[in-house]
Design a protein around this ligand. Structure first.
Ligand SMILES: Nc1ncnc2c1ncn2[C@@H]1O[C@H](COP(=O)(O)OP(=O)(O)OP(=O)(O)O)[C@@H](O)[C@H]1O
Length: 230
């Protein structure tokens, strides 16, 4: 496999929360391949969210190396990691992190206000048109002017995905965003998300403890199999 196919590369990574004696994660080697839809599973409390927060640069490895798009996160300062995240990543969390008093349109626009580089990825196309097309694909095209606080959980989830994918990020990080949905809606939602991530060339890393959905992903791996803490 050529190294240009690798989007995320971990070597000898260790992460210990401040004040803790033992590391939560010790991963000798792990890669995420460009374009894959990776399902990472494990029981509650094993470090899935911690790993996503390392991928997003919210947390910094205690030691070792974590490269994304060839850039070593460990060597960046906080401002550089924040800028890199805003430009290259989208994320959907369990509680969606949407702002209830803003409209759907305003919530989706947030990442491009935070990152001029992300705005530039949209090119010369009018942002409102891009958002309308994206939301049309996600079946929420008629909700753009509504306040997010007035939407159902399933609708909010689609808004979170639209926000995460606006500007075609390289990496979409998802932390159990389907846990509130029934099986049918979960599968429909994931298929829709993959259609768009395929279209945009966005790599997906999705963590969950619910293995019922793993068959929908291009690769599935247990965190325990790569995390060597004892
Ligand atoms: N800020 C923190 N300080 C100290 N320990 C923490 C902190 N956040 C998480 N932990 C601990 O790190 C371990 C991994 O937590 P993490 O949230 O990454 O697990 P998880 O696999 O995502 O769990 P869940 O499936 O319940 O979301 C847990 O033992 C947790 O208690």
């Amino acid at each position: 496999m050529s190294s240009s196919n690798i989007l995320v590369e971990i070597r000898d990574l260790q992460f210990t929360y401040p004040g803790q004696e033992n590391p939560t994660l010790r991963i000798p080697e792990f890669s995420v391949v460009r374009g894959e839809e990776l399902f990472l599973y494990g029981p509650s409390g094993t470090g899935k969210t911690t790993l996503l927060e390392l991928f997003s640069g919210v947390l910094k490895p205690t030691s070792g190396s974590l490269k994304i798009l060839g850039c070593d996160f460990v060597k960046m300062n906080d401002a550089e990691r924040d800028a890199f995240r805003a430009e290259h990543m989208g994320y959907v969390f369990q509680n969606f992190n949407l702002i209830n008093y803003l409209t759907v349109q305003e919530n989706i626009e947030l990442p491009i206000h935070l990152s001029p580089a992300r705005r530039a990825r949209l090119g010369s196309v009018d942002t409102a048109l891009v958002i309308r097309a994206l939301c049309g694909n996600l079946g929420i095209g008629d909700l753009l002017g509504k306040k997010v606080g007035e939407l159902s959980v399933g609708q909010q989830q689609r808004v979170a995905v639209a926000r995460a994918l606006l500007g075609k990020p390289d990496l979409l990080l998802a932390d159990e965003p389907t846990s509130a949905l029934d099986t049918d809606h979960r599968e429909k939602f994931l298929k829709l998300m993959f259609e768009l991530s395929d279209l945009y060339g966005t790599t997906v890393v999705f963590v969950s403890h619910d293995r019922n959905i793993e068959k929908l992903f291009s690769r599935s791996i247990s965190l325990d199999s790569i995390n060597k803490v004892v």
